[in-house]
Write a protein that binds this ligand. Structure first.
Ligand SMILES: Nc1nc2c(ncn2[C@@H]2O[C@H](COP(=O)(O)OP(=O)(O)OP(=O)(O)O)[C@@H](O)[C@H]2O)c(=O)[nH]1
Ligand SMILES: [Zn+2]
Length: 186
């Protein structure tokens, strides 16, 4: 689990290091607030995302299931600044089994709530769904804004990064992939 006492100490040290007074009234509770916040935004480190996919329904649907515009917030592992945006997650079921739609969004959250890279977030979601649902194919597209590129560094607000990961029949069959991409963009 998250070591909140250690986070409290570290935040107090950062406040001192930037030349602040951690004992002034407005900052007294800050180390504890940050510890509670990190417990939430890094909670994915202490979860097994495959637990989210244990719910199945029997349904003979063997074409695309796509959940679009799943909003997410993650933390860039280089700067510990947020990156956030939308994930689009689709899969093609087989053997008469589909999973709960909300479970796809839960998988996004479980992987997002860690120090991350956008590319890794994208492929981890695709691989987990491919392995845990008996899927014929998976497509994940993520569009995100990185605060490490907007409020600091190169300072390019409005720039968005798109990453995709495709697996199985969605990788092999260009027509199936094109149809999925059209639905994602439309
Ligand atoms: N590939 C990838 N790069 C990322 C992601 N998030 C942040 N970065 C980049 O990580 C790089 C870290 O570069 P460094 O040169 O080590 O760090 P820096 O001096 O702070 O770099 P600048 O951001 O260019 O100021 C930067 O180019 C960031 O834009 C991500 O999700 N994926
Ligand atoms: Zn960054």
């Amino acid at each position: 689990m998250v070591d909140k006492e250690k986070i409290r100490e570290a935040v107090e040290m950062i406040l001192e290091a930037i030349g602040e007074d951690p004992d002034r009234e407005g900052l007294l509770e800050t180390p504890d607030r940050v510890a509670r916040m990190y417990e939430d935004i890094f909670s994915g480190l202490h979860k097994d995302p495959s637990d989210d996919l244990q719910i199945y329904f029997s349904e003979e649907h063997e074409e695309l299931v796509l959940v679009k515009d799943i909003s997410f917030y993650s933390m860039c592992e280089h700067h510990l600044l947020p990156f956030y945006g939308k994930a689009h997650v689709g899969y093609i079921p087989k053997s008469g089994k589909v999973t709960g739609l909300s479970k796809l969004a839960r998988v996004v959250d479980s992987f997002a709530k860690r120090p991350q890279l956008q590319e890794r977030l994208t492929s981890q979601i695709a691989d987990l769904i491919m392995e845990n649902i008996d899927a014929r194919g998976v497509i994940v597209v993520i569009e995100a804004e990185h605060m490490c590129m907007t409020m600091r560094g190169v300072r390019k607000p409005g720039s968005f990064t798109t990453t995709s990961a495709v697996r199985g029949v969605l990788y092999q069959d260009q027509a199936v992939r094109a149809e999925a991409l059209k639905l994602i963009k439309g």
